[in-house]
Design a binder for this molecule. Structure first.
Ligand SMILES: Nc1ncnc2c1ncn2[C@@H]1O[C@H](COP(=O)(O)OP(=O)(O)OP(=O)(O)O)[C@@H](O)[C@H]1O
Length: 513
């Protein structure tokens, strides 16, 4: 039987024959004798003959044997490893503790208390005792040094006749991902909600909303931001006077007027996170609410936004006293900013709204003309004003942007039936920015004033105005031109809705009597 080495020899000799043939050719000019001898001894071997050698029956057999032999060796190696880990696993237990979990602190505490640990040669010294009465120890000045496993090294110790092997690993990529995380954090706010187990869960990270994109009546934004800033900087002031370090804001008013938006805007501006509790959640009761509130992260670092809808109290299991207790009871957190939002201010219990619980009440109304004007400016003001072309672009009948609604409407309705004018030109393939006319800020201001002129005072919500302008993302002129028509249509729809609701109420009353 030919061994694998033999096969190698065959191949090698075939290769060397081929080489000598090649060399013979190159040396042809040297001597005829050499040339002759090269021709007579070397077998002319081409790539085809080399391949046929490889696949020749006997060679193929040898290849198969080689494969089989290699396969058996690899299987034995894997089996050996598998057995090793199985035996190892039956003698040892491996437990991993992640640094951001509290079990890591418990483990550190336990390790720091092991007598054998003090003999270790490579340890990290810490003044952190990982104990709950950390603060008491600090105040009593009897803190002891803790000896902790140093990073990236292996430690062994005996515990109750058990051998313990401790490895502290910094996972590759954690540092860089930490860095990336921090950079991302600068531009986003984290939003947490309470889950079905009544603990906080990270729901989303949202880009910070610029405060200038939220248009409120004069002074409201400044009042909120100044007050919140002042509060966060006044911890010592509160402590000196024994006043609980908490601040509550009650935002009330019509839906779609910017209550939620301003909370997110403020969180971004102040670099705080948002924690949302919905009181209408069926699993939420007084105890759970209390736990959630006291589980909020450290004071003055985070914002706690309880998007509290007191109107939902009647259906939720949270009682008024439970809510009051969570807000300012013994377990209530210090250093928090609380925002409560509601659409029904009048139905709130006065106890909930009193200063100390809700310190500042802000009424969010339907859009004023001023708000309509500013919203229009937000939509169309050039991002980089310095690049804006002062010569206004020619008025174009259609910017080319076709919204989804428009596409649907285009296929199903005539122009008169639709809320927004539909143009037939096909502008597909153009980006919105490319199609938007570049307007100077002066031009935008003029158009904004015209737009505000067409919008009646305190009749539509800001959300409704935003919805209207969204359909004209790149058509500022059309937005102004069609605004009166839109107002008429909206009024007609509102009247229809009112009629429907009054007639259904009448039917209800009749059936009751
Ligand atoms: N004052 C405003 N300035 C800019 N945009 C606004 C304003 N008010 C509402 N919007 C827009 O309308 C939408 C809804 O707003 P938001 O959720 O803040 O309203 P809300 O008052 O919290 O409503 P609800 O009471 O129904 O929760 C958002 O997309 C937001 O951008």
């Amino acid at each position: 039987m030919a061994s694998p080495i033999l096969i190698a020899q065959q191949i090698f000799s075939a290769l060397s024959n081929s080489n000598s043939n090649h060399i013979g050719c190159l040396n042809a000019t040297a001597t005829n004798a050499t040339l002759h001898s090269a021709h007579s001894t070397a077998l002319p071997i081409s790539a085809t003959s080399f391949i046929s050698l490889l696949v020749s029956y006997s060679a193929l057999q040898e290849w198969l044997k080689l494969l089989l032999f290699g396969g058996i060796l690899e299987s034995l190696r894997r089996l050996g490893l598998h057995l090793y880990y199985k035996i190892y696993g039956s003698f040892f237990i491996t437990a991993r503790f992640e640094e951001d979990d509290s079990s890591f602190d418990w483990m550190m505490l336990w390790l720091s208390k092991q007598p054998s640990w003090k003999n270790a040669r490579d340890v990290e010294i810490s003044t952190r005792s990982f104990e709950e009465d950390d603060l008491t120890a600090l105040l009593n000045r009897d803190r002891q040094l803790a000896y902790l496993p140093s990073e990236a090294s292996v430690h062994h110790l005996w515990y109750k006749r058990h051998w313990v092997r401790v490895t502290r690993i910094i996972r590759q990529g954690i540092l860089s991902s930490n860095h990336r995380y921090q950079t991302a954090q600068q531009n986003t706010i984290s939003i947490y909600t309470s889950d079905s187990n009544n603990s906080w869960r990270h729901m989303a990270s949202r880009p910070k909303r610029p405060l200038k994109s939220i248009v409120l009546d004069h002074g409201i934004k400044d009042l909120l931001i100044d007050d919140a800033r002042d509060f966060l900087a006044s911890k010592a002031w509160y402590a000196a006077r024994g006043i609980p370090f908490r601040r509550g804001y009650l935002l009330y008013g019509v839906p779609g007027s910017g209550k939620t938006s301003i909370i997110h805007g403020l969180a971004g501006e102040l670099g705080l996170d948002v924690y949302i509790v919905s009181l209408s959640r069926s699993l939420l009761d007084d105890t759970a609410l209390n736990e959630l509130i006291s589980d909020l992260p450290e004071a003055a670092k985070d914002i706690k936004d309880e998007k509290d809808k007191p109107k939902a109290l009647s259906t939720s299991k949270v009682s008024l006293s439970g809510l009051l207790n969570a807000l300012d009871g013994v377990g209530a957190q210090e250093g928090r900013i609380l925002f409560a939002t509601t659409n029904k201010y009048s139905s709130l219990d006065p106890a909930l709204c009193r200063p100390g619980r809700m310190d500042i009440h802000v009424h969010f109304k339907l859009a004023s003309k001023y708000q309509a004007r500013e919203l229009y400016r937000c939509f169309y003001l050039p991002e980089e004003e310095e690049h804006a072309d002062d010569d206004e672009s020619p008025v174009i009948a259609d910017s080319g942007y076709v919204s989804e609604e428009e596409k649907v409407a285009r296929s199903s309705s005539s122009d008169e039936d639709t809320a927004f004018p539909i143009k037939s030109a096909d502008f597909s393939g153009y980006s919105h920015h490319a199609r938007a006319p570049k307007l100077s800020s002066a031009k935008v201001a003029t158009l904004a004033a015209k737009f505000a002129g067409a919008i009646p005072e305190r009749e539509f919500s800001m959300a409704a105005l935003q919805g209207y302008l969204m359909a004209f993302k790149t058509r500022p002129y059309d937005a102004v031109r069609d605004a009166p028509e839109w107002v008429k249509k909206e009024r007609a729809e509102m009247a229809k809705k009112m009629e429907l609701s009054t007639s259904s109420e009448a039917v209800k009353e009749n059936s009751e009597t």
